[in-house]
Structures are given as C-alpha cells and as structure tokens.
Design a protein around this ligand. Structure first.
Ligand SMILES: [Mg+2]
Length: 248
C-alpha cells in the first residue's frame, strides 16, 4: 500500500468511548461536574468527597449512583433531571489515549480522512469529541442523531454510501458484543483496542468468530505498522531495525 495513494483507498473509522479515550475518565469528569452542582446550588458536601462517594456507589454496582446520592443528601427531587441534563451536556475533562494524536497526525499527513461512529446522545458525544480536539473528523455518526445504533449494519452502511470512492474501510473499536459484527460482514478491516483493565465494558472473546475483530492491538502505537506507515513518522513506535545504532 503506497502512502501517496492512500487517501483514495483508505478511510479509518473510530469508535469513541473507550477507544479514542478512557471512558472511566468521562465518568469521573461527569461525577465532578455533578458534585459541583450539588455543592454550589445546594451547599451540600465537599466536591471531592462527593466524587469519591459516587465512584464508590458505582463500583458497588448501583445502576444509578447519582440518584442514590441525591436521595441520601435529601436534595429536592425536582432538581435531579436538570442536574443530570447539565451533566450530560458538560464539556468533559478527557484526553485522547496515548498514541491517538500521533496516529491521527500520520493520517492527516497522508491525506487519509477519518470518521467517528459512536452510540450515544448527540450533545454528550459531541462535547467529548470537542474536548478531545477531533473536530476535523470527516464525518461524525452518532446513534441518537441517526436513529440507528450498533450492531445494525445500517450504522455502517451509511459511511460507505457517503464515501463511494473509498476502497478499504477500517473500524477501530473496543467492544466485541456490538462493534465488529457488521463491519466484518461488510469486509472492513476490524481492529480491537484491548482492555487495559479499566474499560467500562468487558471484552468477551468467547463470542462467535463473526463478532470478533480481525486484529487486536494493545495500543494505538501499533497502528502505523499495521497500515504500513514508516515507523520513523511515529516516534513512539518500536522499529526493530532502528536499535542497531546503540549496539557496541
Ligand atoms: Mg466503545
């Protein structure tokens, strides 16, 4: 695959949550935002302690830690929906995972366009994308805006329709239960970012083969080599032949 022809041939699509950034960081950011509301609007408790309590309630498996905390603090029921809506629209404190920006820069340099395909609420997902600095994505596909969620094949088919000249599509994502079955069926290259132990959704690798990714990587730093980009373009990647200079 020659770099100078890649822009005609390749389009890379990324999942958002737990792929481009760590979703647990979004949970923490949301809890901190909500704790700020509780502390500022209701004068209840110290923000840091509230976040710790919310994280603990979540760790214990409560389906709605926020509502549980709201009840414990005896806050007015009527304020909860507004606080949750504000939280869902907040600009989160999240960062791209290691290697994401370097890899995107390589794609930009090669004039390969990328898109984001994610399930979730419109404003919530768009705030995350803005916080990550990924506003230059060619297309952003969000389930709530389209009325179609993964694993439906329609979620992916639109991407192909929108870019008829592309020969090869790639989906980089993290959740085998819904991310890979449709793009596998459409003969996309599917790549899974392995759980580092902190992912929100556990990766079930005992699922049937059609649901599993074609390739798994531990980090975005492995991606340039998979696509045949020179490792010299990517300072973080390991090039076996590049270590000779330090040999005695
Ligand atoms: Mg995900």
């Amino acid at each position: 695959m020659k770099t100078n022809t890649l822009h005609n041939a390749l389009h890379v699509v990324f999942d958002l949550d737990d792929t481009l950034y760590a979703e647990l960081d979004y949970v923490k950011s949301s809890f901190a935002f909500l704790a700020g509301i509780i502390s500022n609007s209701y004068g209840s408790g110290d923000c840091e302690n509230l976040v710790t309590e919310l994280l603990e309630l979540r760790r214990l498996g409560l389906s709605n830690p926020i509502s549980a905390l709201w009840d414990r603090l005896k806050l007015p029921e009527s304020g909860l929906p507004e606080a949750v809506a504000a939280m869902r629209g907040h600009r989160p404190q999240i960062e791209p995972r290691d290697g994401v920006i370097d890899f995107l820069n390589i794609l930009r340099q090669a004039d390969v366009k990328y898109s984001i395909l994610t399930d979730g609420r419109s404003l919530t997902q768009r705030q995350k994308i803005a916080a990550l600095g990924l506003g230059d994505a060619a297309h952003i596909y969000i389930s709530a805006e389209r009325g179609v969620s993964k694993p439906a094949i329609e979620a992916f088919a639109q991407i192909v329709q929108d870019q008829p000249s592309i020969e090869k599509f790639v989906y980089v994502a993290d959740n085998p239960s819904k991310d890979f079955v449709a793009p596998n069926q459409m003969d996309w290259l599917t790549i899974m970012l392995k759980d580092d132990g902190h992912h929100i959704h556990k990766q079930d690798l005992s699922l049937p083969m059609p649901m599993l990714p074609r390739i798994s990587v531990k980090s975005f730093k492995e991606l340039p080599q998979i696509f045949g980009f020179a490792s010299t373009l990517f300072p973080g990647s390991q090039d076996a032949s590049g270590t000779a200079a330090s040999a005695p």
